[in-house]
Design a binder for this molecule. Sequence first.
Ligand code: GLN
Ligand code: ZN
Length: 765
Amino acid sequence: MSNDKLAAASLGFPRIGARRELKFALESYWAGTSGAASLADTAEHLRRRNWLTQQEKGITVIPSNDFSLYDHVLDTAVMVGAIPEGYGWDGGAVSLETYFALARGGEIADCGHSHGETRALEMTKWFDTNYHYLVPELTEGQSFTLTGLKPLEHYLEAKALGIETRPVILGPVTFLKLAKARQGDFSPLSLLEGLLPVYADLLAQLKAAGAEWVQIDEPALVLDLTDEERAAFARAYAVLAQAAPKIMLASYFAAPEDNLDTLLSLPVAGIHVDLKRGTLSGILENAPADLVLSLGVIDGRNVWRADLSAIIDRLAPLVAARGANKIQIAPSCSLLHVPIDVDLETGLDPELKSWLAFANQKLDELATLATGLALGKGAVAKALGEADAAIAGRAASKRVHNEDVAARLAAVTEADRRRGKAFAERVALQHERLNLPAFPTTTIGSFPQTVGVRKARAAFNKGALDGAAYRTFLEQETATAIAFQEEIGLDVLVHGEFERNDMVQYFGEQLSGFAFTRHGWVQSYGSRYVRPPIIFGDVAREAPMTVDWWRFAQSKTEKPVKGMLTGPVTILNWSFVRDDIARAETCAQIALAIRDEVKDLETAGAKIIQIDEAALREGLPLRRSGWKAYLDWAVNAFRLTASGVADETQIHTHMCYSEFNDIIEAIAAMDADVISIETSRSKMELLDAFTGFDYPNEIGPGVYDIHSPRIPTTGEMTDLLTLARERLTDRKLWVNPDCGLKTRGWDEVKPALVHMVEAARALRG
Ligand code: GLN
Ligand code: ZN
């Protein structure tokens, strides 16, 4: 890396391979069809290709150790010896078997005798992304040890290819902040002093091997921190700076805000800031003159082509003032969160394609910016011309802007977001109309997506099964599911969702303004990747999306069948969204489209309609100060979706999580007549949120943990319901599983639901 030129830096590249090579290598290793050597080969091949691609595209600061077989937080935990007891680890190098046991649970027998089944570490969302990391578990007073040198090995591996890299390491403060205390009540941060020597050792070895820079990621710097946490940064970097190569300290996903002083005071050679979600204000004025600024101007979280000319215009004065060797042009964060290559999307039309930039294209953009800023716009005239044309085309495109949608949105009033009568009056009308028993039983929507269902869908998609035959197949599945539900005596039935591939994609494919990729995979966790829809234009519904299937199912039974929809906030949060209008606006557009579907279901005769908001909580901003604004528009979008129906139509919503304490008022403000939530794993503890606050509407606390293959007994479910009755009045209570049943088999679902109905009957006594 040259220091006298303006650098184009990459903070991290997707590991999965453009053709999902890593997934297939992992799965065949786990299945035992290939060995460790073959997995290592694939991994090495992917690293080499990523380095070479970045080099060829003109990236001058290329990362190493951004690669991981499963998860970079797990890599860090393993490297520092933060391995809980029970995994058969003897304190030395950590075997692949132990690594994957931590990631996925399973049998470990690598030291000659079996340690029995181990559980996987918990998994949770990496900041506000849809990437999930494994949560390190720490014990009070535990020590750390350097068990391996993956960052050094990968640095040397690249060096052997002639590529000088900047190793990426997850910083110690963020690592501890993301970890949890396994036993006892102590702060993981109290372990910092013991962790620092391990980091210092590693950094010294990197320096000795010739690394000029390291990138240390401390995204915790964009969170709400206590003074104590801020002080931890000062202590950590005072120690690490002595041992390390030059440190580029990376913050991302938001602005440091009140942590900015801390960030600027650390003894590091450079800082990275996210300029897509933060600003330069405060930084320019206060950054020491010799501090290298890495400017995250290319969006690492979204798929749109950047306005390169505008960025150059904005940054040119800054480069002139600070000097080119004190500036690096970078993506806002690692490119881990975007798909790899737009060029693979041969199915997308050229116009839409020209608006997109995935990881490879973002590398081109970074190089163009660095060259343009160093040598002037003329040096990159061709690239800028193409970008300008794409940006202008997108801004003016008829496919993006739909005047009807804009007009309809502008006409929305508060009354459109309010049901006719208050819940207390609606509930009487609904009870009279539905005439359900006490403790009504229902399920969350999907029934098992069996191999048969998935095979039929694949055959249909390939053209091997024609539309009529596929339809007949789905009708049979649906009719069988209805018959089963009647037979075991459930009160409110569902059609089973056999026709749906995914709860967001199914709707996106039928709405205008959405596009789908063929290869646009993004890592969700480990070997699980998702292909989020791309919302590129105003969203509108062209025709009813679910009414036919609902009608078919209802024709098979006298019992009420729920209409089943995905809510606007969940559709938004699981998609790549537009960057030319506010999220809230897109969300309101989706709300209007789903509102029409709600009304059509009602007109067709549905007495109960469920609107799932599985991802509502996920959308919460990283900073508390942003929560209210988000919850306001998210709740408004839900209400807009749900409020077009008559008072006697019962609206349900479902959320598959359990932390409600801090958002319970917003949940109540959604004003769904019935909410079903996850509770069985927490033994109803979470219902405390619903009692402390006196949640006004009806609730179905999940009594069947669908994430486990275990079939709960009738007694376990009556016990859970008894706990629920201690907290909620009987007339509010519904009886249902935690979530949809699509991932389970019928041999589990059948007995579990029979027990569930028995449990409800026992309560009715
Ligand atoms: N109705 C959906 C289902 O049952 C809900 C899924 C979810 O909440 N994740 O599958
Ligand atoms: Zn769920």
